[in-house]
Design a protein around this ligand. Structure first.
Ligand code: DND
Length: 449
């Protein structure tokens, strides 16, 4: 146990008594209320260290989606990094099953010698609940609680309530500067695009933004597993990560006059990466999906007429993928093909399948490769397109049907949309649709698969 643990060593001098504070929490996210309470407890009780313990699977939060343990641990680590008395431990996030404080305290009690006293720091709200925690009698034997004031809670009343309990809890009541901050408020503010500055550390805010946590995505239709994959993008190699950042910057410049289009492009990158992962691709393919997704609308800053001229200049009428199609009729579809042409010159490392995926994201094709289908689908179901009922239904299918079936449903959606908006439907689009219908019937995929 001693070799594996990340718990700090304390209690070596047997002639002394040591005081260890434990700040348990979900920390979704950690904020200045937690930090001030821990600092105040450390000061008033003369604690040697405060151990921050993000819960792996919080006992009282089984009914709601909590951010991943990895993210909550990282944010807690960032927030506590510059305080020499604060230590963040992985102990609870590495334990399987529901996280009970009694189990944690038993581990700590076994790890630390008797001359280390344990103090469990809680806000007033959590204090009201301690009698309901698992094995609360055992907990009462192992720790002194430090009950910190939170605005809206009357500590005297809580004291009266706790004294009624048959369990002899030892509680030290602590007045902390009134901080009306809560994790749920921070999540709401982030979802509404409001500032988190001065409510938690800048490093935590940076992490939340970088990892796209707490966005408003209520009605997208994605399953919680797929949503979690979207919120936690793959950690690529350093070079790949730099590559993504560079491409995102380039896209921001290219589409600077089209902020909505840029937001869509960045999101298609993320959806494409998560889709590739969902449908079994390795990280190399996920990376390609992310890049192709970001770049797919590269030419959308130009007008349809400008693109038409460009198509003529580069001789797009000879492109076999546009065989028998009059360029004049295909104007709304040209930006994909032209983007592939432009990007091939600009980024010689883009692979053939990435370029094809970018070219074909508008027209599609009868036979599409893995990456081509991924980009086509990501472009159709991207959540920035809003919670339209038909898109929500399509998003529900992710992970539940095969990639071919998902591509088929997205293709049908695109055709439906052209018809519903009274626009010219290329006969070739109908041909592709019919070919997909035939292929599908050969595979005997039932409509409700
Ligand atoms: P929360 O989910 O309330 O954490 O969990 C607090 C601790 O209780 C964790 O260690 C849990 O494992 C443990 N627990 C809860 C329920 C059942 C059991 C154990 C069981 O074993 O059966 P939050 O991240 O929401 O908050 C962390 C702490 O910070 C809490 O004590 C909260 O009251 C406090 N806090 C504030 N204190 C002062 N000012 C503020 C605060 N905001 C939160 N503004």
């Amino acid at each position: 146990m001693a070799e594996k643990t990340d718990l700090p060593i304390l209690g070596e001098d047997k002639t002394k008594t040591y005081r260890l504070g434990i700040m348990g929490g979900t920390f979704d996210p950690i904020h200045n209320g937690h930090l001030v309470a821990a600092e105040q407890a450390s000061d008033e009780l003369n604690l040697d260290l405060v151990l921050f313990m993000p819960a792996g699977s919080p006992a009282f939060k089984q009914d709601r989606d909590v951010s991943s343990a990895k993210d909550r641990f990282a944010m807690t680590l960032l927030a506590t990094a510059d305080n020499p008395k604060f230590i963040t431990s992985r102990a609870e996030i590495e334990r399987e099953g529901i996280t009970y404080t009694a189990d944690t305290l038993q581990i700590l009690r076994a790890f630390y010698p008797k001359n280390v006293e344990l103090f469990f720091i809680t806000g007033a709200d959590a204090l009201l609940e301690i009698a309901k925690w698992k094995d609360s009698e055992k907990i009462a034997e192992m720790v002194t609680f430090v009950g910190a004031t939170r605005p809206g809670y009357d500590l005297d009343k809580i004291q009266v309530e706790l004294e009624k309990s048959p369990i002899p809890f030892k509680v030290f009541y602590l007045e902390v500067p009134a901080l009306a901050i809560s994790s749920s408020e921070l999540r709401t503010r982030q979802a509404e695009g409001k500032s988190l500055r001065y409510l938690t550390s800048d490093s935590v805010i940076g992490y939340i933004n970088k990892h796209h946590l707490y966005r408003a995505r209520k009605d997208t239709g994605f399953s919680s597993t797929f949503q979690a994959a979207l919120n936690n993008p793959t950690i690529f190699s350093e070079d790949e990560q730099k590559g993504i950042e560079q491409i995102e910057k380039d896209a921001a410049k290219q589409l600077e006059k089209k902020p909505k289009r840029l937001a869509h492009s960045l999101e298609v990158g993320r959806v494409a990466e998560a889709l590739a992962k969902q449908y079994g691709a390795d990280t190399k393919e996920q990376f390609k999906a992310r890049i192709a997704g970001i770049l797919h609308d590269w030419e959308k800053a130009a007008s349809v007429e400008e693109l038409f001229k460009k198509a003529k200049t580069i001789g797009l009428e000879n492109d076999p993928r546009l065989e028998n199609i009059k360029l004049e009729d295909a104007k709304p579809l040209l930006h994909g093909f032209i983007a592939a042409h432009t990007l091939k010159q600009r980024y010689p490392n883009l692979t053939e399948d990435m370029l094809n995926a970018i070219a074909l994201h508008t027209l599609g094709a009868k036979d599409m490769g893995f990456l081509e289908k991924i980009i086509f689908i990501a472009d159709t179901i991207d959540p920035t397109r809003g919670p339209l009922p038909r898109l929500v239904l399509l998003r529900c299918l992710v992970g539940k049907v095969s990639l071919d079936e998902l591509y088929f449903c997205c293709y049908r959606e695109n055709i439906d949309y052209v018809i519903a908006t009274n626009r010219y439907l290329l006969p070739q689009s109908l041909d592709i649709f019919n070919a997909l219908v035939k292929k599908r019937s050969e595979l005997d995929v039932s409509p409700s698969a």
